[in-house]
Design a protein around this ligand. Sequence first.
Ligand code: PLP
Length: 450
Amino acid sequence: MTNLRTTKDWQAADSAHFLHPFTDFASLAKKGSRIITKAEGIYLWDSEGHKILDAMSGLWCVNVGYGQQSLIDAATRQMKELPFYNAFFQTATPPAIELAELLAEVTPPQFKHVFYSSSGSESNDTIVRMVRRYWDVLGQPERQVIIGRHNGYHGSTMAGASLGGMSGMHAQGGLPIPNIVHIQQPYAFEHGKGMDPDAFGKLAASWLEEKILAVGPEKVAAFIGEPVQGAGGVIVPPKSYWPEIQRICDKYGILLVSDEVICGFGRTGNWFGCETMGSKPDLMTFAKGVTSGYVPLGGVMVGERVAKVLIEQGGEFNHGYTYSGHPVACAVAVANIKLIQQLKLVEHVREDVGPYLAEQFAGLRDHPLVGSVDTCGLMGAILLVKDKAKGLPFPGDLEVGMVCRGHCFGNGLIMRAVGDRMIIAPPLVMTRSQIDEMMALIRQALDLTL
Ligand code: PLP
């Protein structure tokens, strides 16, 4: 029986056969993976029986927490009734239709249509196809260029990784693909030291206008950004940033794409991050939180501006995936969204645990390693600095984050390190007392890192 294997057996089979994503294969083979075997609520257990508080919701996705029976029941019911049928060739299934209706209800009013995929990366691939198709149909095929941001993350496919601005990814595989360019991220610690936040937000947004003018406005198709950069280190932009980005996109008629793969489904205290940040995107990509990660599903919400053109003038859109609108994934998404509504998780984040987390994180500012803290809803970052008084960062390899992450792990807490930023995005069902428990573990890890 496989579940009677020892941890060492699992690790041996793992390193013999399994190439993990974003992993140095050789070094993992030496260390061995931590084998996660079960989960409940906000906790995981490993194969050695250790209980771990999962402050990353898996990979920013388990918004409703682990073990939710209504999602499990929805998957079981749908698998029995109709485990698969596609949405090609003029067919549809009830869960895919029901979810489309529900998404139109919970997303901002400009969205009435959805195009399904199975992941965030695929959704962002679809964006490249869709925005270029939109401009083609409008008779402006020269509008090809999409502008993303340094340190943005939009997935790992060729197009997703190109839209993103991760230098490590661009260093491999000949990325970015043509006609994708980037502007600097709105990271005050690096680019706006000592500036008034409002002024810095406007300055960072002005880099978009500079880029549009450098490329030529008639060639720019779209701008894409995460409301809060997640994988880049939970970079919360100043309040002035997104409204100014919106103004610039409007000025040049450029499509605005909000990548809501992390920020969607309650993470920032509204259903979608663009609502928290004050923008009105033409397109939104989503994944992760739509099913709370229980099964893979992603998609693009298509605003009326784009939908009208594609529907009324576009003809056949030669794009789609076998699993676009997978009935089991859609059934789980419907159950997940209904559970978010029933548990009032968006309000819970906005009015209760989000402000409480902000208060608790602010309390970390007195720690000698902590240079600054940021939160937005139920995501947060702690910047570790070498010299607090002078605000000096750790140099070079930024080993410090990995050391701190190791102490978290050893203490039963999953936090992620992005260079010198320690980040969290716990399940939205988290309570105040669970935040207290997490904060005690974070303080211990910071003390051990000193
Ligand atoms: N977009 C954002 C903002 C993400 O954070 C991610 C993944 O972390 C993706 C896209 C890619 O999603 P996936 O890994 O489901 O392809």
